[in-house]
Structure formats: C-alpha cells, structure tokens
Design a protein around this ligand. Structure first.
Ligand code: ADE
Length: 352
C-alpha cells in the first residue's frame, strides 16, 4: 500500500510517534535536551555503529577534552584517535576531525543549518544530516538509518529490495511524506527521536514488541503477522578473512614498539605493532641474533565490518631499544592510555 492511499492514517502516523516519544521515548540521554549541533553531530557520529551504552561512556569524555568544534579542529588527529580508541570504525574519527576543520575553515566555526549544506561536510551522509537538521533546527527532513528502515518498511509493508537504489529512494520519499506538517520546531525533533527510539526499543530486529507499539493497528507487517520479513535487502556483505602476524617487541622496562598504520587501510592512522602477512616475513624482519628469542602467543580473532582477522602475535623481549628497520615509536606503559590503539592491541597490552 502506498502512502498516498493512506493519507488520513499518515497524518496520524507522525502524531502518534510524537505523542509516544514524549511518554515512552528516551529523553535523558546526554546528547538530548540541547539544540547545539556540535553535541548532536558528535553523538550521531558515535551512534552510527556503536551501542548507546558504549557511547554513554565515550561522549562525556570527548566533550571534556573537546568542548567545542574549535578545540576539536585545533587538536592533532592523534589526540582524536586516542580518545576514539575502542569505538572502532576509525574512519569516523578521521572524518570527524576533517569535518571540524571544514566547519571552522569554511563556515566560520558555525555548523550549517540545513540538511543539504550539512551533507557537504566530511562523514555526514543524508541520514546524519537529516538527524542534525531536524533535531537542532526543526527542519522537515527524514532520517533513514537501519532502525528507521525497519520501522517504516514494517509499518508500510514496503517489501521492495533495498539493495536496489531506486527502491531505497522510494522509501526516502515515503519517509518524507510521513513527517509532521505542523509546529515543526517542536514536532520534528520529537518525531526524529521517536522513530529512532521505536526502532531501538520496540520495533526491534528480533522479537519486536508489537503489543506496546503505537503503530501496531496500522502496521502492515503486524497485520500479516510477518515483522521479520522486513526490510528486504538481498545483497549481503561479502566477507573476507585475513591472517596477520604481529611483532610484539617489548623492552624489559615494558616499552613497546609501535608503528603508525597507513591511511587508507585496516586501522588507518592508529598505532599498532608492525604487521606481516606471514610468519616468515615477520622472522626476516628481525636481526638473526634475536630470532631465537621470538615467542609465539595464542592467536586471536577479531571481527571488522567486511573482514575476519586472525591475529598471531609473536613476542620479542629485548634489552635495548634497538629496532632500526622500522619507523615508529617506543611507547612506555604510561603513554598507552592516550594513544589511538586498535582494540585487540590494547587488550593484548593490558593483559600482557
Ligand atoms: N542512534 C542514532 N541517533 C540516536 C539518538 N539521537 N538517540 C539514541 N540512539 C540513536
């Protein structure tokens, strides 16, 4: 059924979401109750691939160190990556820094106030731009992240394949038609937060709680008893796997040798043990006299978006800081907390 055929219900759709959000939505998160685009932008970027519970930990720390877009723009990228360490998807942190530089350099330190202009900034896509513009400026624009796609495709019975760009565009159009039409300064922030909250807390991927959903009597998927048929997306991510050997060189006073990962690439811009494609390559990189001291450690698997990594750390305890072949730094234990380190490397070091 198209949105046009259900006009009456559709006006009600937004009203129901707005009313439900006020009473049952999340209203006390630290990035709410503000129209400061810096805070909203930062939270939206952090929340893109990370759970609210984790962001609750990182968001205040980030704000303490970088209270405004100017302080973030002035900071070295290494400091940003250091604070981001453990959140994953580090291109977000690199784009965050680029975006802060653009806001300062091209917009005099003030975030643009329309979704269209926000979308021109690094790391801000259509949905994130709409989230910022609707939450901060009451603009009538639709977000469409994973949670919202689930809510809307179920409610509308939208069963076209979202792997096809034209279908995704059609869902954006429907999402736009469903937006509130009155009192936008109040209703848009409430509605945007409401559809996100519905997707996160009620209309969940598995076992949606339709009995408490404000839309259930108008929801096509509910009527058909098939919430798990939506959304339809055929193209699956092609996953690959990679074996990586890590040279974990450490002096007797516990300093470790770290090299900066190239951008682009896995863990781009972070500090990491030197990485190798094979054990032989790792051994060859070490002077012959030291090779007998190499100690294989238990391997670890680590999941990235498109890739499963199988990590094989090989430890080398040295009595001098002498690793001339590699560009990098000797990092003492008191430096580790502030360095941008990949999560599995930090785990190795702290267990270590
Ligand atoms: N996920 C994305 N944006 C969010 C927000 N503003 N609140 C809670 N979860 C979110």
């Amino acid at each position: 059924m198209s949105v046009e055929e259900r006009d009456l219900t559709m006006t009600e759709f937004a009203t129901r979401v707005v009313v439900w959000q006020k009473i049952h939505g999340r209203n006390d998160l630290p990035w709410q109750n503000t129209r400061d685009p810096y805070r909203v932008w930062l939270s939206e970027i952090m929340l893109q691939q990370t759970q609210v519970s984790t962001v609750l930990d990182y968001f205040p720390r980030f704000l303490t160190r970088f209270p405004d877009v100017g302080s973030l723009a002035r900071a070295p990228l290494d400091d940003v990556l250091g604070l981001w360490s453990g959140l994953g998807y580090y291109s977000r942190a690199r784009n965050l820094h680029l975006c802060a530089l653009a806001v300062v350099g091209l917009h005099s330190g003030a975030f643009p106030q329309t979704a269209l202009a926000l979308q021109t900034l690094p790391g801000i896509g259509r949905s994130t731009a709409a989230a910022i513009a609707s939450l901060c400026f009451g603009e009538r624009v639709a977000i469409l992240d994973g949670n919202v796609k689930r809510v809307l495709t179920r409610a509308l019975g939208f069963d076209a394949d979202l792997a096809v760009a034209a279908n995704e565009r059609r869902l954006w159009d429907n999402a736009t038609q469903l937006l509130p039409i009155a009192d936008l300064q109040q209703s848009m922030p409430r509605y945007t937060q409401g559809v996100m909250d519905l997707g996160a807390t009620v209309c969940t991927a598995r076992k949606p709680n339709c009995t408490i959903c404000p839309l259930s009597d108008a929801c096509v998927a509910h009527r058909l008893g098939q919430p798990d048929h939506y959304p339809v997306k055929t193209r699956k991510l092609k996953r690959s796997s990679q074996l990586i050997w890590l040279l974990w060189a450490q002096t007797i006073d516990s300093s470790v040798w770290l090299t900066k990962r190239p951008i682009p690439g896995v863990w781009g811009g972070l500090y990491c043990f030197p990485l190798f494609d094979s054990r032989e390559a790792l051994v060859e990189s070490v002077p012959p006299d030291w090779r007998p001291a190499l100690e294989d450690q238990p391997s670890i698997s680590h999941v990235l978006t498109h890739k499963d990594l199988y990590l094989h750390p090989v430890r080398l305890t040295m009595n001098s800081q002498d690793l001339a072949d590699f560009a990098g730094i000797w990092a003492a234990t008191d430096q580790w907390p502030d360095l941008g380190l990949p999560a599995p490397i930090r785990k190795l070091l702290t267990q270590g």
